[in-house]
Ligand binder design. Sequence first.
Ligand SMILES: Cc1cc2nc3c(=O)[nH]c(=O)nc-3n(C[C@H](O)[C@H](O)[C@H](O)COP(=O)(O)OP(=O)(O)OC[C@H]3O[C@@H](n4cnc5c(N)ncnc54)[C@H](O)[C@@H]3O)c2cc1C
Length: 256
Amino acid sequence: MTRDEYYAFVEAVNAAEKISLRECEQADEARRYFEGCLPIEVLAARAPDALAFGPMRPVGLRDPRSGQRPFAVVQLRQDNVAGTLYNLVGFQTNLKWGDQERVLRMIPGLANAEFVRFGQMHRNTFINSPALLRPTLQWHDRDNLFFAGQITGTEGYAGSTAGGLLAGLNAARLARGAPPVTLPPTTMMGALFHYITYTEPVRGAVGRADFQPMKANFGLLPELDPPERNKRQRYAGYAARALADLEAALVEQKVS
Ligand SMILES: Cc1cc2nc3c(=O)[nH]c(=O)nc-3n(C[C@H](O)[C@H](O)[C@H](O)COP(=O)(O)OP(=O)(O)OC[C@H]3O[C@@H](n4cnc5c(N)ncnc54)[C@H](O)[C@@H]3O)c2cc1C
């Protein structure tokens, strides 16, 4: 998109009709969405340039026709082998379908696209892990019930896979009569499972959403001692500490 095309698109998104949220959702709108996958209309309403710095960021791309960097781009991800079906990456939305079609057709190249399925919000259902799970990913009062994946309140592929790994290892250990392991909170996996099992739980019957899904990120790790200001060295320090602590924890918990 050129600058003009982009701002016309943002204006159209802002003016488009949205599905109205239920009252309880409206009250909690600010904290309802995971920051990593905000609907396009929420981003557009925050600031005119927010989409251009988010899912429409043109980093590393040049228009092959002009050699110029575009002002904004959309990414089409191929969805079938025949190459006839594509999805628009990062375009979660609550725009009503009629308006959605009109607005999306403003994207250069999509004026005559056939829309097979319109964008909609996905709902992420998760249990109140801080109150219900142990850091071994076992149910709080039943040893042989394990949870893993986004239902535990971890977010994303890596977090889900990591949860499956730990829950699987611990289920196998339990079956062999060995105690389940916990991972040090200085490792990314340990930090994530520590977060979901120790953070402040949801309060009240309808769940004032104090506990929200969490993605693996460096903010979960305890600071290095002494703190390291240089980013590369800090990450290298996190990695070295994680490996050393993991090694020690596995020896201590007799994991071979
Ligand atoms: C549009 C979209 C884009 C995303 N993009 C990214 C991304 O770019 N990067 C990233 O890291 N994460 C991304 N995520 C998040 C990521 O997909 C999830 O965090 C991850 O897939 C969760 O894995 P999971 O195995 O816990 O759950 P799921 O993948 O949801 O698997 C749960 C499975 O259980 C099955 N199931 C449900 N109920 C039952 C039942 N009663 N009996 C039997 N089976 C049942 C379901 O059919 C499903 O197959 C995205 C999510 C969405 C929706």
